[in-house]
Ligand binder design. Structure first.
Ligand SMILES: C=C(O[C@@H]1C=C(C(=O)O)C=C[C@H]1O)C(=O)O
Ligand SMILES: NC(=O)CC[C@H](N)C(=O)O
Length: 860
């Protein structure tokens, strides 16, 4: 086996930090890491006769095994799966193993220790790891066994903890006077485990049992087995906040592991296939069969699908005009066409008010209208087909719709990636906009759930799109920094310029519109009415609002904390919905006629969704505001949170946001907010999501390609201060003949947004689904954004927003007087940790709800 890098098998217990560990092992140890889920269906079930031989055969290929962290407890077989069988290997089949967190606890449990709840869980908490080589105490007589001290020569370091449970080997019963010596000796309860490291947590606040005197909880942080090549660490060596000095423990461990193998003449087998997969995911494009993945244009020739050749081989055409002072994004939209049309406006609504301190406060706004005429992909989660739709071709209404089977593409994401790749264009020097044309649209939370293997347990009772992406070829990009408007179109190469007439037409339309005229010809232009602060009025008549029940929400916070204390989650982003019903506002055709008749006798039409948007963007100018009418949905959003941005060089950036404080007289300045937010509770909340996002990015970008350039920075928004972190990744460059990765790979691998789920993602989402009674979050907690044909993309998390589905209506009143009402929903919530208080979380949820809710009270 000379020349080949050693292999390590990582047993994945569905943690949201697993990929950070595999990346750490890969970069530190010069090894290849392979991943096998603890419940891999590729192995027989443990009760089946060939389970043992097949597991041993798999293990024979590796130099060592790492049993990873995860939700749940070692006592629950389903939570640890294969790990349990590793500790039970016969001597002849042994190989070196490192258990981390849950894996560590599983080792302790297998050696006779108990695993109990901590007095209070420590999640995202950074603590000094007290280990033997720092105390100079090496007086034990246990150096004669098969293990070694992995802390040897390691200096002081702090590490991040993510655990609710702890390994108990009887440490709490040791009298204080004996502790200094005894802490490094195996305990009578667990004679095979040599303790190597501790955290001594001062519980002097009496938490956990109401005691008032100072109590120090002794938390076991590292062990080695006396006779078997097993080691374990309770802390998380891979966390961004674990000091680099801690890396030496991992290096020591692998050196010990290899020495153990050498001493026993154990050589990892090179023959036979292995069941585990690579630590990084293959690219979406690499998984497509050749016929699907063929070069743009080729597939069109061999197929009669009408959409396959559409918008393929386009070139970019644009005109640029100055953005007149005082003209706002809605003004531009209003010049472009009727309110009825389907449209997406990604609005850097805070551009005018952005503070200099932050780096992404909306530079660009992107506008696309008339989307009923463009090519579109719609997908309802769980279907085995996507629907391709087209309203019209060159102004001729065609109303095409076709179901495309997804089997050749694997998943909807494979299809979206291949569709995009066929329409890829190179960035041009002339293009000064981040988006030249390409996908714009939304993805629901439920699509994200299905991407991580969580499916609804009931009939969804609708067939709305969960992925709705318009292929936009005509758009406007506003650059708020250069104060320029780019009117842009993707047109078929070599075609007569008639096709590009849209650009000229819209440019003229804008230049000669009254708004622009005033501005172009009158220097003393001042912002018009719409930009003045709005006075709050009572909601228009006929509007009813159902907000979450205070007590019920507080109870749910407590239930979340119970799940956390039991080890099932480290943080849960609990949310609830407010439902607003009011007479129909945005109507078309027959609906409008009917409703007008009815309204003549009753109420004036309430403000349209467009008015709601204008009101919200004025009240809460946010960098990722949006207005969307597409695929039966209407979304009005003032999101402050970027989910994922990527450029055409494969640089990806995510900005998880966690830790929010409302502006008030007491908290009015950034300095005051920093004081409140730079506390362990808030920092831990953010850190957990940062490590989770690193894991999501590592899945695609791979070891060594993920960094955290800004950690825990407090930013100022209109009504709140929030802490953000920037996590960056670089997409791998493909091998000479391999398929490339694109931003879509990262998008598909990272939904639903970790800041809306908590960690570990999968178990947390399952718990939340239960607590939120299976109510769909829908657009809320999903994402909205674009992916340009050049490969750049920008997606925000859908929060601080209201949405409505055309098919969700309620009849109010009965008989002749019955009136159809539209239903708006506002989701709001926050991250619950073990340090949360029910009242605090309830207050946070209502704070986030207040902004979007207020627009219903604004004038129309
Ligand atoms: C859940 C919401 O927001 C999320 C939770 C945050 C928090 O807990 O501090 C901050 C931003 C969002 O990621 C919401 O706005 O409804
Ligand atoms: N990170 C982990 O592996 C946590 C292990 C276990 N679920 C606990 O909470 O203690």
């Amino acid at each position: 086996m000379t020349g080949r890098r050693p292999r390590i098998l990582f047993l994945d217990a569905y943690d949201s930090f697993s990929n950070n560990i595999t990346a750490l092992l890969t970069t530190l140890l010069d090894v290849d890491v392979f991943v096998l889920p603890i419940d891999s269906p590729l192995l027989p079930r443990p009760t089946e006769a060939d389970f043992g031989p097949r597991l041993r055969h798999e293990l024979s290929h590796y130099a060592a095994v790492v049993c990873g962290p995860g939700p749940g407890a070692p006592g629950n077989d389903a939570d640890v799966g294969l790990m349990k069988h590793i500790w039970q290997l016969r001597d002849a089949d042994l190989l070196p193993v490192l258990g981390i967190c849950l894996g560590f606890q599983s080792l302790v449990a297998s050696c006779g220790g108990t695993v109990r709840r901590l007095r209070r869980g420590l999640h995202g908490m950074v603590r000094e790891i007290v280990h033997r080589s720092r105390t100079g105490c090496c007086d034990t007589d246990d150096d004669d066994d098969g293990g070694g001290d992995v802390f040897h020569g390691v200096g002081r370091f702090k590490a991040t903890l993510y655990h609710s449970l702890c390994g108990d080997i009887g440490q709490q019963a040791v009298p204080e006077t004996e502790w200094r010596e005894a802490r490094w000796r195996p305990s009578p309860l667990c004679p095979d485990l040599v303790p190597l490291a501790w955290v001594e947590e001062d519980r002097g606040d009496g938490d956990g049992d109401g005691a008032s005197s100072s109590i120090v909880e002794r938390i076991l942080m590292g062990v080695r087995h006396r006779t078997r090549p097993f080691w374990g660490l309770q802390y998380h060596p891979e966390s961004v906040c674990t000091d680099k000095e801690g890396n030496r423990v991992i290096v020591n461990w692998f050196r010990e592991a290899q020495q153990w193998n050498q001493a026993r003449g154990r050589v990892a087998s090179v023959d036979g296939g292995i069941l585990a997969r690579n630590a990084t995911k293959p690219s979406l494009l690499s998984q497509l069969p050749a016929v699907v993945a063929s070069a743009p244009g080729q597939q069109a020739a061999s197929s009669d699908q009408w959409w396959e050749s559409m918008d393929v081989g386009n070139v970019y055409h644009s005109m640029t005009i100055p953005l007149p002072h005082g003209v706002q994004v809605p003004d531009i939209v209003e010049v472009m066409g009727s309110e009825d049309s389907e449209r997406i406006i990604l609005d850097s609504a805070n551009a005018a008010t952005a503070s200099a301190r932050t780096d992404v406060r909306g530079r660009y706004s992107i506008i696309a209208t008339g989307l009923e005429n463009t090519l579109r992909i719609e997908y309802h989660t769980g279907d085995d087909y996507a629907t391709l739709k087209l309203g019209s071709i060159r102004g001729e209404s065609v109303g095409l719709s076709q179901q495309v089977p997804l089997a050749p593409y694997g998943t909807i994401w494979g299809f979206v990636a291949s569709f995009h790749e066929a329409r890829h264009i190179e960035t041009t020097e002339a293009a000064q906009s981040p988006f030249l044309g390409g996908f714009m649209g939304y993805i629901t939370y439920e699509q994200g759930l299905s991407d991580i293997g969580i499916f609804p347990d009931h009939d969804r009772q609708h067939h709305r799109p969960d992925v709705c992406l318009a292929w936009v070829t005509k758009s406007i990009a506003v650059d708020h920094v250069t104060q320029m408007i780019h009117i842009q179109q993707l047109v078929p190469q070599g075609l007569d310029m008639d096709m590009a007439m849209w650009v000229e037409k819209i440019t003229d339309k804008l230049m000669f519109s009254p708004n622009f005229q005033t501005v172009f010809h009158n220097d003393s232009f001042s912002p018009r009415k719409g930009t003045q602060p709005l006075k709050t009025r009572r909601p228009s008549r006929g509007t009813s609002t159902l907000t979450p029940m205070t007590k019920e929400y507080e109870n749910k916070v407590s239930i979340c904390q119970e799940f956390i204390a039991a080890g099932d989650s480290y943080e849960l982003c609990l949310t609830d919905q407010t439902k607003i019903t009011r007479p129909m506002s945005d109507l078309n055709g027959a609906e409008r006629h009917l409703s007008r008749k009815r309204r003549r006798s009753s109420l004036p039409a309430p403000p349209s969704s467009w008015s709601l948007f204008k009101s919200l963007r004025t009240r809460q100018p946010a960098p990722f505001a949006s207005y969307i009418r597409l695929g039966g949905a209407t979304l009005v959003s003032a999101s402050p949170e970027r989910f994922l941005q990527y450029d055409d060089a494969g640089r990806c950036s995510m900005r998880p946001m966690k830790g929010t404080v409302r502006k008030s007289e007491e908290v009015a300045t950034l300095a005051q907010a920093e004081k409140i937010l730079h506390v362990p509770k808030e920092e831990a909340e953010n850190l957990m999501i940062v490590d989770l996002v690193r894991h999501d990015l590592h899945a695609i970008c791979g070891a060594g390609n993920v960094t955290v350039p800004h950690l825990l920075v407090v930013e100022e928004y209109q009504s709140v201060f929030t802490m953000i972190t920037v996590v960056e990744g670089q997409l791998p460059t493909p091998p000479p003949h391999g398929s490339k990765y694109t931003g879509l790979d990262v998008l598909a691998a990272s939904l639903p947004p970790g800041s809306m789920t908590g960690a570990p993602k999968k178990r947390s989402c399952e718990i939340l689904q239960q607590l939120e009674h299976g109510l769909e979050r829908s657009l809320y907690s999903g994402v909205v954004g674009y992916m340009c044909a050049t490969g750049r993309g920008d997606w925000s998390v859908t929060i601080r927003s209201l949405f409505r589905w055309d098919d969700e209506q309620q009849v109010v009143g009965s008989g002749e007087d019955g009136e159809r009402h539209e239903v708006w929903r506002i989701g709001a919530g926050g991250a619950v940790t073990i340090l949360s208080t029910p009242e605090g979380e309830r207050e946070e949820m209502f704070t986030k709800l207040a902004g979007p809710l207020r627009v219903f009270a604004d004038s129309g």
